[in-house]
Ligand binder design. Sequence first.
Ligand SMILES: Nc1ncnc2c1ncn2[C@@H]1O[C@H](COP(=O)(O)OP(=O)(O)OP(=O)(O)O)[C@@H](O)[C@H]1O
Ligand SMILES: [Mg+2]
Length: 359
Amino acid sequence: MEDIFLDLKHIKKKYGSFTALEDINLQIKRGELVCLLGPSGCGKTTLLRIIAGLEKPTSGEVYINGVNATSFPPSRRNFGIVFQSYALFPNMTVRQNIAFGLRNKHLSKTDLNKKIMDILEQVNLTSQVDKYPMQLSGGQQQRSALARALVVSPDFLLLDEPLSALDAKVREKVRKEIRSLQQKLGITTIMVTHDQEEALTMADTIVVMNNACIMQQGAPVEVYDNPSSSFVADFIGSINFFKGSLSKNANITMDKQLEEKLLSAGPSGLKACRPEDIEIVEERSLNSFNVKIHTIEFHGYGYRLWLSLMEDEMALNNEYLSFDISAEEFFKRRLTVGDTISIRFKKGKLHYFEEECCS
Ligand SMILES: Nc1ncnc2c1ncn2[C@@H]1O[C@H](COP(=O)(O)OP(=O)(O)OP(=O)(O)O)[C@@H](O)[C@H]1O
Ligand SMILES: [Mg+2]
């Protein structure tokens, strides 16, 4: 049987008539890092606060380590927490900030110091121990806040957008540090983010939320490759949506398999394809259609081409189809704006959704 550390059962949260969380059911395994991912206002922080006991659910139960902790105050839940910003007390040094978490432990001065230096070593900050927050970089501040959260040896860690105040480079570095420390300590961690890249790179499990509900949960690669709804497909990574059936167009020779799939999705069903799942082929190849290059964007690792359709092969949700191509192939083919190329969706890479609309 799986080792479940946290079990949320039918959690609902209402503020007056407004529903912030609607029937949330979520199991989190011991030692895993779970990212709660979703747009602003979808209920991520509310859910984190309910897990912490800082907020009471309107109904539903929170089980921590097999115990029904729904009525426990935060102090009985034994977690460490780091918030987005203002994580440290500005009038205290790093040492004093960390000691604050230990104030009720009645440690001797030597033991207290040892604990502080041990945890600072874990986050690589021993040299900054007597500095005030304003004397630290953003990354150092968040690492100090992490040290303060961890020094009490919590059973689990709650992080609410701990990296969002940092610039891209530092963010990437601290992201790696948090992840490796979390794995080293094996501490169950729930991290809120609205940054899909952060979730994809750090999480064991991603929980995608929207409008007070969980839309999908799974390993990053599962959620990316098999989004269960157009919302998830659109929120994680880039994707092209379109309606209609390619087979209606006489100029496309299509294999039976693709044709059947497209037809089974129905003319009104939504189809989608990620920009990296398109390939250039010889003209009039099976399943191919012609497009014109409208715009070329350089993305460092390659190019994104925005393509316009030549005929009404399908009804795109956006004006152009996006297509990612490696720099190598881009140069080999000497592509320029205005060129006509033949493309097709890579085999097995079309997504189908029952819904009418993606937003
Ligand atoms: N104390 C409160 N009283 C009334 N409404 C609240 C309260 N706290 C949160 N809400 C509402 O609940 C919804 C969810 O808020 P929450 O803070 O959980 O969002 P979030 O997903 O963390 O968003 P963000 O990414 O912007 O931090 C929002 O519409 C918010 O306005
Ligand atoms: Mg929030």
